[in-house]
Design a binder for this molecule. Structure first.
Ligand code: FES
Length: 106
C-alpha cells in the first residue's frame, strides 16, 4: 500500500503497474477513481460523460460503473480536501495530468 497526494489543479492521473487511472469529479458520483482506458476498445475515459453512477465512454457509449470511493472495486481509497486528493492503495509509479471534460450544467 502507498499514500499519494494529487493536487487536482496540477495532476489528476496515476499509473499503477500496467494500469492507469484518472481521478474525476462528476456531478452524479462525486470524486471517483476510474480506469483511464475503456475496457471495450481502449477509449479515453478521462473524456467520459456521466450518467447516474456510470461513466459513458466517448467512443461507443459503453458505461463503466463508478466505484464508490471505499468499495472493493476501487483500486484506491480516496479522500478529497479542497483541490487535493489523497489516494491510499496500490503503489503509484507515476502521476500526471489528463484533460477532462467539464460536467454538463443541469
Ligand atoms: S472504446 Fe469505449 S465504448 Fe468502445
Amino acid at each position: 500500500m502507498a499514500v499519494t497526494q494529487l493536487r487536482l489543479t496540477e495532476r489528476n492521473a496515476v499509473s499503477s503497474g500496467q494500469e492507469e487511472f484518472v481521478v474525476l469529479r462528476s456531478t452524479a458520483a462525486g470524486t471517483i477513481v476510474l480506469p483511464a482506458v475503456c475496457r471495450h476498445r481502449g477509449g479515453p475515459l478521462n473524456l467520459a460523460t456521466f450518467d447516474a453512477r456510470a461513466a459513458v465512454c466517448p467512443w461507443h457509449d459503453s458505461r463503466t460503473r463508478c466505484p464508490a470511493p471505499r468499495s472493493r472495486r476501487s483500486p484506491f481509497v480516496l479522500v478529497r480536501r479542497g483541490r487535493t486528493v489523497t489516494l491510499v492503495g496500490r503503489d503509484v509509479e507515476r502521476t500526471y495530468r489528463l484533460p477532462v471534460l467539464r460536467p454538463r450544467e443541469q
